[in-house]
Design a binder for this molecule. Structure first.
Ligand code: LLP
Length: 444
């Protein structure tokens, strides 16, 4: 987070609170989220991203993707900052509901929503359910009929674009589980199917092309294809889809290698692209300009959080080439951040409880789990006087860390602690061994 500083004693501080005090209060490991930083990023998407769309589509809506990280407090922040919320399971839906999130601003995703989840969503009154298959069209229509409501729905379209970081590939075949294929004509047929049903209201078209993306080439391609479909539905089925969602996937900087576009720059580029594509299809009555929405998760929550660990053991390993590497074990690991093991994700870290003038040593920060792939930071220079009991901070752990966490090796999960104006507040409490034992039916 931007508020991180060093105080006079060399301790890291976040939002005015030093991490030594924080570690005493809440223990380690802990996810530490800077509330104002989160709110500022959310606002930047709501305002700076959306502004360039005013002239093009009458504005843009931003759905925070709860899958990156969600709890009741965060859902409240998102609501207060005026964003909408994307949920993708009955569990996330329950969090939204508990937070009192305005139902019409909730979108519900997933490629295999259960009947209970669909019932819960319609009972809550969500603003849109994103349909992913013909099976699901029938399923949602059935539940809506059963409840006597009209379900607002969007169609997830497989636009044949796959984007990862700087590259995207546009493919004709669409061999993946999400959405209705565009090239095979399924997306159009799905629109026809939805339009023939009284219990469904087609609100728009949706695509999501990947995650941790740094340029807008892939979005350009997917916008072009969605707008083409929008026009065809208008012409051949006589229906105006009021919304086009370009999904999430906007990249963040994990290390200094990446420079993401700011929300404002992203908004300008995407509004330009959408404006151009809309001109291409022209605007007849039913081809009226649809509103645009996006679903960023990582870019909002990722940078707002760091994980605080305590150093346990340090071991020097001879690399055989005259060099050594220090293996620094911390009190967490792949159970609280599986991304290095799962995606070879790169993180960095820094000594947090003091500053040091000692020589740098090549270090690998590892977790406490029984697996050699349990790596927290692959390579980092840490001061040679690093000692057990020191604290280290790993930045950029807000997205898909707590969300993907596990209890591997019967490890209780760390708390999430929000810091604001020098005060810490636990927003997700630490799990205890008793929590774990409580699930285990001893009499069985
Ligand atoms: N919308 C949809 C439909 C999505 O599937 C996703 C992410 C998002 C929005 C948000 O994407 P974001 O802006 O956060 O990139 N576990 C992986 C990331 C999986 C993303 C899945 N879908 C990771 O840790 O990198």
């Amino acid at each position: 987070p931007e508020s991180v500083r060093r105080d006079d004693e060399g301790r890291l501080t976040v939002a005015g609170l030093d991490v030594v005090t924080l570690a005493h209060e809440v223990g380690t490991p802990a996810y530490v989220i800077d509330e104002d930083d989160f709110r500022a990023r959310a606002r930047a998407f709501r305002d700076d991203f959306a502004k360039p769309f005013d002239a093009v589509t009458g504005g843009a809506d931003v759905y925070y993707a709860g899958k990156a990280f969600l709890c009741t407090a965060v859902a409240k922040w998102v609501a207060e900052e005026g964003l909408s919320l994307d949920v993708c399971s009955g569990g996330e839906l329950a969090v939204a509901r508990r937070a009192g999130f305005p139902a019409e601003r909730v979108g519900f995703h997933g490629n295999n929503k259960s009947l209970d989840e669909i019932r819960a969503a319609l009972d809550y009154g969500v603003g849109r359910i994103v349909l992913d298959s013909f099976t699901e069209i029938q399923r949602v229509a059935d539940v809506a009929t059963e409840l006597g409501v009209v379900a607002p729905v969007m169609l997830r379209v497989t636009v044949g674009v796959e984007a990862h970081t700087h590259e995207f590939i546009a493919t004709g075949h669409e061999d993946q589980k999400f959405g209705f294929s565009l090239s095979g004509g399924q997306a159009f047929e799905a629109a026809r199917d939805v339009l023939e049903r009284d219990s469904l209201d087609l609100r728009g078209l949706h695509s999501h092309i990947g995650s941790q993306i740094f340029d807008t080439g892939g979005f350009e391609m997917s916008a072009r294809r969605l707008i083409g479909l929008h026009a065809r539905i208008a012409d051949e089925l006589g229906h105006h889809s009021p919304e086009i969602d370009l999904g999430g996937g906007f990249g963040m900087a994990y290390t200094s290698q990446h420079t993401p576009l700011s929300p404002g720059e992203l908004g300008e580029q995407l509004a330009d692209i959408v404006g151009r594509e809309l001109k291409v299809v022209g605007d007849g009555d039913l081809r009226q300009v649809p509103r645009v929405s996006i679903e960023p998760g990582r870019a909002i929550v990722g940078p707002s959080t760091f994980t605080l660990y305590e150093v346990g053991t340090i071991k020097q390993v001879d690399l055989g080439d005259g060099h050594t590497r220090a293996y620094v074990s911390v009190d967490g690991g792949m159970s609280d951040n599986v991304r290095p093991a799962l995606y070879e994700a790169d993180y960095s870290c820094t000594l947090a409880d003091r500053s040091s003038e000692a020589e740098p040593m090549l270090a690998r920060v590892v977790g406490k789990h029984c697996e050699s792939g349990d790596i927290v930071v692959l390579d980092e220079w840490l001061p040679a006087d690093l000692a057990p009991g020191d604290l280290i901070a790993v930045p950029g752990t807000g997205a898909y860390c707590r969300a993907l966490s596990s209890q591997y090796n019967h490890t209780p999960r760390p708390p999430v602690v929000a810091v604001r104006d020098g005060e810490a507040r636990v927003i997700v409490r630490r799990e205890t061994i008793d929590d774990l034992l409580a699930l285990d039916v001893a009499e069985s």
